[in-house]
Ligand binder design. Structure first.
Ligand code: NAD
Length: 336
């Protein structure tokens, strides 16, 4: 069987890691890269990955890359929001190429962008291609994994899932959007004007779980509060004095008939271990049977995202056309 030719669109922290992983797999071939960074254009992907030449060149124009490399699938790792990635998704679908994106909202775009989601689904079907949104979260820990755990349930009264993670490996963009290193006053202001958003993906994960299980929610509510540090914390990108904000505690509620039926808790901060907080992923399902899943420490976000996007490639290639979610495709598995 010929290897699947993968074009990596977006060659940042995630995209470059995915490209490396694609290069390790015999059933996949990295045929090219698209990124808008001027200093990357015309180089071999190996030059940026600091390894031997790969033969995969970096283009700044998607259409030119397609013409030169004839990819079977694109991994799109450029942005977070459905509206933001939609124009590029449209270009990929119109070229009749399957696409996996890690844009958080695309894990379940019906949650906040119903019209666009239906448009993507129609376009994908008309062009006979598959579109999948995935990642570590949304895409796995707080949704696909929760859904899979319910495979043994007879009935469910309440679902609670939490991800306690360490933001230290992430760069300036994440520090800014999580409000790390701000004063409590700046954090409050940032929440108000939208500069600080906390986690992107609660409406997506909560709706994906609810809809898959046939729970009709009345609404999804979210709360965000600052995690104030009691100690000095420092990473390569940020310094947090005692009394300043080390991260954002973000909680999402899926509500039905006035009761919370799904709760998701995601406190994200830098260096939680400095205050004796251990990272971990936890799923509790109240019902028959009672389920308590603990993963300690957390599944690392970056490595997990790269793995999930790449490991879904064959499943996407084998899937029928349309806009799919992680709940639609077979159970994810590692590509050897
Ligand atoms: P990054 O900023 O390190 O990299 C993005 C890259 O895309 C950059 O190299 C940039 O030059 C390039 N780019 C952006 N827009 C482009 C365009 N229109 N055309 C060509 N190149 C473009 O970001 P990252 O850490 O790699 O993450 C990428 C996105 O994936 C972010 O929005 C992030 O929030 C999201 N993400 C999702 C998950 C998940 O679990 N679903 C996990 C990690 C990251």
């Amino acid at each position: 069987m010929a290897a699947v030719k993968v074009l990596q669109w977006g060659f940042g922290a995630m995209g470059s890691g995915m490209a490396k992983l694609v290069l390790e797999k015999k059933t996949l071939e990295l045929c090219g890269v698209v990124d808008m960074r001027e200093d990357y254009i015309g180089k071999d992907a190996g030059d940026i990955l600091k390894r031997e030449k790969t033969g995969a060149m970096i283009y700044n124009n998607f259409e030119e890359a397609v013409e030169k490399t004839s990819p079977d699938l694109v991994i799109l790792a450029t942005g977070s929001f459905t509206k933001e990635v939609y124009p590029d998704l449209e270009r990929i679908i119109n070229k009749k190429i399957d696409v996996i994106t890690i844009a958080e909202e695309m894990a379940y775009p019906w949650a906040q962008e119903k019209e666009l989601a239906n448009k993507i689904d129609d376009l994908a079907k008309a062009n006979d291609v598959t579109v999948l949104g995935t990642g570590i979260n949304p895409g796995f820990v707080l949704d696909a994994l929760v859904i899979m755990m319910t495979g043994v349930s007879h009935n469910i009264e309440y679902i609670e899932a939490s991800r306690i993670n360490d933001l230290s490996p992430f760069g300036p963009t994440v520090m800014r959007t999580q409000g790390v290193g701000t004063t409590p006053e700046e954090f409050a202001k940032g929440l108000e004007n939208g500069d600080i958003v906390g986690h992107i993906g609660f409406p997506e994960s909560i709706h994906m779980v609810a809809n898959t299980l046939g729970i009709e929610l009345d609404e999804v509510k979210q709360e965000r509060e600052p995690i104030i540090s009691n100690v000095y914390r420092e990473t390569p990108y940020v310094k947090v004095e005692k009394g300043m904000v080390a991260g954002c505690r973000h909680i999402g509620y899926g509500i039905k008939d006035g009761n919370t039926v799904i709760k998701m808790i995601h406190p994200q901060q830098v260096l939680p271990e400095l205050e004796d907080i251990n990272t971990g992923d936890y799923i509790k399902i109240k019902g028959t049977p009672e389920i308590n899943l603990s993963i300690k420490p957390e599944i690392p976000g970056g490595i997990g995202t790269m793995g999930m996007a790449v490991n879904m490639i064959h499943l996407v290639k084998e899937s029928g056309s349309g806009l799919k979610t992680m709940a639609d495709l077979p159970i994810p598995r590692m590509i050897r």
